[in-house]
Design a protein around this ligand. Structure first.
Ligand SMILES: Cc1ncc(COP(=O)(O)O)c(C=O)c1O
Length: 392
């Protein structure tokens, strides 16, 4: 039995939670289980509450900057969990990974230049390239025997022929739940070096390597690859702190760093939210046991969903799940259009999953399911799905 209570169902309706207020935003019914946006239903580690409560008690909320203790806490985590000892100088705190990704894209490319992504992928990747007036190139991932792979020939062809300047990597990959191997990362990295392409590695899900998989932070692949990349990490997914809006951008190369920092400053970003600073330091310092217990809990959730989908002969096939708390469900054998599938999940099964069609090429026919919820909630979701199938 875990020392942490991940089983507790917490009522989040009416709290301003985006996950639970979706029916208003998207015009959906309220009586559905929300399993869409990447936000978990668990309380953060107890030490985070204690640190925030203490800070709030002091009652002074002026401008803040990161003290050495903060850098020690974040750096210590990187060293213990990933064997990486970054220089605190490399770290730029940012209000969110996508803020950093956008700043890095602007710093490393000019308007009209091309950024490569691997779809299906987190929808804002495509959106942020378009909204910053850059050109999109897509290297579609390939599903082979239930597991996603990279088509390296297409990857090289695209970066050489489409004049790609930046490759925006998602590692671990949301939504296809892959933890990239060292060989895969190295091959992508070396191809980028060969063609002078910079890499932005979004590793926001890095702490969720499950089932014995190991996450390799991109800059640990060696100095040359490290200097060619901007790494984004965050305590937000790991400790469920999204509402505090904080992340870290690690940039080993001084010239790239200066350019990206300048771009952040153009938006007048120079600090860090006081509560985020406090929560992140506490989480990185004390949250290890909590996270290990959570990963075991999430593995049980993956097994629960996989088993129930098979037992009900649903025809829905989860892809091989290396990591993240987002399962990618292959629903193509149901033979329904994206619109029909959406209606089936929402109206019949009373579940709100993220439609794969939003994730770009290779997405239609798939749905993404957030399993960062108590076992009881997922069991109920599976019961509802089973009833929907029985209703026909
Ligand atoms: C791959 C990926 N990157 C970035 C984000 C968003 O990060 P942030 O809220 O820090 O901008 C998410 C959120 O789901 C994500 O899955």
């Amino acid at each position: 039995m875990s020392a942490f209570d991940f089983d507790r169902e917490i009522d989040r309706y009416g709290t301003g939670s985006i996950k639970y207020g979706f029916h208003k935003t998207y015009g959906k019914p309220q009586d559905v289980i929300p399993l869409w946006v990447a936000d978990m239903d668990f309380q953060s580690p107890p030490e985070v509450h204690e640190a925030l409560t203490q800070y709030a008690k002091d009652g002074v909320f002026g401008y803040t900057y990161a003290l050495p203790e903060y850098h020690e806490a974040v750096g210590g985590w990187m060293e213990r969990r990933f064997g990486w000892c970054p220089d605190p100088e490399w770290d730029q705190t940012i209000p969110g990974v996508m803020f950093g990704v956008a700043a890095a894209i602007r710093a490393l490319t000019k308007e009209g230049e091309t950024v490569l992504i691997q779809q299906p992928v987190y929808p804002p990747f495509q959106e942020i390239i378009a909204s910053n007036r850059r050109k999109l190139a897509v290297n579609e991932l390939v599903l082979k025997d239930g597991r996603y792979e990279i088509d390296f020939e297409a990857f090289e062809r695209q970066i050489s022929r489409e004049n790609v300047r930046v490759f925006l990597l998602c590692s671990p990959h949301n939504p296809v739940a892959r933890i990239w191997t060292e060989a895969e990362l190295r091959r992508m990295g070396e191809l980028c070096l060969k063609y002078g392409v910079r890499i932005i590695s979004d590793e926001i899900h890095a702490d969720f390597a499950l089932f014995g998989n190991r996450q390799i932070l991109f800059p640990t692949l060696g100095e040359e690859l490290a200097r060619n990349c901007v790494l984004c990490t965050s305590p937000s997914k790991t400790f469920n702190l999204m509402g505090l809006q904080t992340a870290n951008m690690w940039i080993p190369d001084p010239e790239i760093r200066a350019a990206v920092v300048k771009e952040c400053q153009r938006s007048f970003w120079f600090g860090i939210n006081a509560m985020a600073l406090t929560a992140s330091a506490a989480a990185y310092r004390h949250g290890e046991e909590w996270l290990d217990a959570l990963c075991v809990y999430l593995e049980e959730n993956v097994r629960l969903v996989t088993r129930r989908l098979a037992e009900m002969n649903s025809g829905i096939q989860p892809v091989t799940h290396d990591g993240t708390y987002l399962m990618w469900l292959d629903c193509r054998s149901l033979g329904m259009s994206s619109g029909k599938l959406d209606a089936f999940f929402t109206e019949k099964a009373k579940l709100w999953l993220y439609p794969g069609v939003l994730f770009g090429a290779g997405g239609p026919g798939f749905f993404r399911m957030n399993i960062g919820a108590p076992h009881s909630v997922l069991a109920r979701a599976m019961d509802q799905l089973e009833s929907a199938f029985r209703m026909g």
